[in-house]
Design a protein around this ligand. Structure first.
Ligand code: SAH
Ligand code: SF4
Length: 363
């Protein structure tokens, strides 16, 4: 490729090492530089080309002229009284998404977004009220992790001292409706020469895209969380409309197959507790019958209210009764403590003001 043919700016973030080699070759750089670039980007966390001291001067100049590797920029940072941090990140085209850091005594979990908005319209979810604007790219998904690490000053030389230890794909969007970009990003997140998160520290949450659950089992093998929320198809059809396409039975079959491929893992079933909708004792009994044989745990999520949702949170007594039945059947059934409620950072509360550009406003 001649210099005239080089695109104005190569986006290096989110590239696999093989892609990086190709991209650097187009700048007349040697293939082994790709390994060094990966190290600078993902292990040391630098995006300042001039600081990449083991690259030659001419290589650095090529990169400054023809490549970029910026992460998303922070538009707003909010800190909850409980230590939770929520960032609103802006991407290159101005679209925005939210990312949340949840510190706990034994871990630090980053909840990342996979889409701006969501195509699905789960009736209890605030994100679901924001129409899908677009999928996030692998660079933007990985970029959220890197920008959060920047803000937390979390690029230690010794990875065992990191404060950000776990990743959950539970932010805005449905990750399995953006599978290729999510797959690409998670391969970089899990690569020991990349961001080096062990696969067991990554959890992907889905509302139930059955064919892509199978792909995820083969390609990634991360922890799987299923937003089940109801045990009868008529109720789930309303709460999680994707259920009209993939019913509870095939969804649970996909979970069985996932568990068979990854026998050391437990599938997490997420179950939002909605007063009078899905929180009766008979729902709990049916739940344990349905998931029989799947190594699993059931996370009970007290509904996080938002204006206009029309739902209310189940009482603590009802949640405790539900949990007891599930536990007596041999499944762990922790009740998730809502985190960051004061800054709307809890499950299902994330939303940005990005809207899909109407054709008329583009022209
Ligand atoms: N789209 C994916 C991941 C993002 S949602 C999914 O649906 O799984 C992350 C979790 O928060 C899901 O289990 C979702 O059902 C739950 N959730 C959404 N809105 C909520 C709310 N208002 N209160 C409690 N949990 C909610
Ligand atoms: Fe989308 Fe998940 Fe919210 Fe459903 S719960 S609308 S799939 S983000």
């Amino acid at each position: 490729m001649t210099l005239q043919e080089i695109p104005p700016s190569l986006a290096l973030l989110g590239m696999s090492r093989a892609e990086m080699k190709g991209a650097l070759a187009s700048l007349d750089m040697k293939p082994f530089r790709a390994e060094q670039m990966w190290q600078w980007l993902y292990q040391k966390g630098t995006s300042d080309v001039m600081a990449m001291s083991n690259l030659s001067k001419s290589d650095r100049e090529q990169l400054v002229r023809h490549a970029h590797m910026q992460r998303p920029t922070v538009v707003r940072e909010q800190r909850s009284l409980d230590g939770t941090v929520k960032w609103l990140f802006a991407f290159e085209d101005g679209n925005k998404a939210e990312t949340v850091f949840i510190p706990e005594t034994d871990r630090g979990t980053l909840c990342i977004s996979s889409q701006v908005g969501c195509t699905l319209t789960c009736t209890f979810c605030h994100t679901g009220t924001q129409k899908l604007v677009r999928n996030l790219t692998a660079a933007e998904i990985v970029g959220q992790i890197m920008a959060a690490k920047d803000a937390l000053d979390d690029w230690p030389e010794d990875p065992t001292t990191r404060c950000l230890t776990n990743i959950v794909l539970m932010g805005m969007g449905e990750p399995l409706f953006n599978y290729e970009h999510v797959r690409h990003a998670m391969l970089i997140a899990m690569d020991v020469k990349g961001l080096a998160f062990p696969r067991k520290k990554i959890t992907l949450s889905t509302s139930g895209h059955v064919p892509n659950i199978a792909r995820c089992a083969d390609d990634l093998g991360v922890n799987l969380a299923i937003s089940l929320h109801a045990v009868e198809d008529e109720v789930r059809d309303v709460l999680v409309p994707l259920n009209k396409r993939w019913k509870i039975a095939p969804l649970l079959d996909a979970c069985r197959d996932y568990a068979a491929k990854h026998p050391r893992q437990r599938v997490t079933f997420e179950y939002v507790m909605l007063d009078g909708v899905n929180d009766h004792e008979h729902h709990a009994r049916l739940l344990v019958r349905l998931i029989q044989g799947i190594p699993a745990k059931v996370n009970l999520i007290p509904f996080n209210a938002w204006e206009g949702s029309g739902y209310t949170r189940s009482s603590p007594e009802r949640i405790a009764r539900f949990a007891r039945i599930v536990e007596q059947a041999g499944y762990m059934s922790p009740v998730r403590t809502p985190r960051g409620e004061d800054i709307l950072a809890a499950c299902g509360q994330l939303k940005s003001d990005s809207e899909k550009q109407k054709k008329s406003s583009c022209s």
